[in-house]
Ligand binder design. Structure first.
Ligand SMILES: [Zn+2]
Length: 100
């Protein structure tokens, strides 16, 4: 089975957070508010420090490296930005992110 590299995952995650922050927090293009920047930082940290090798899909992972607060925010961002990509016909993003 093909898995998505952490680099690629981080790239997608960044896009999701950018869309969310831009729409929800009305930040300028490709700029994140402090809150979202912190979340991305946190997620990037978790992603690069994943102890599992090969890295499993995060949703199947047994480590649960996100704490509850960050996990809840990521979930909301995925839902919000997921809808945004669906509306723009960018289903490929979703498929890659959620089903990989
Ligand atoms: Zn934001």
């Amino acid at each position: 089975m093909k898995s998505v590299s952490p680099d690629k995952q981080l790239q997608m995650l960044t896009k999701f957070i950018e869309v969310y922050c831009g729409k929800k927090h009305r930040t300028a293009d490709e700029q994140l508010c402090d809150e979202c920047a912190e979340l991305l930082d946190y997620a990037a940290d978790r992603l690069t420090k994943c102890p599992m090798d090969p890295k499993p899909k995060c949703k199947d992972c047994t480590v649960h490296c996100y704490d509850d607060a960050h996990r809840a925010r990521i979930k909301e961002i995925m839902k919000f930005s997921g809808m945004y990509f669906v509306k723009r016909g960018r289903l490929d993003w979703l498929v890659k992110y959620f089903l990989n």
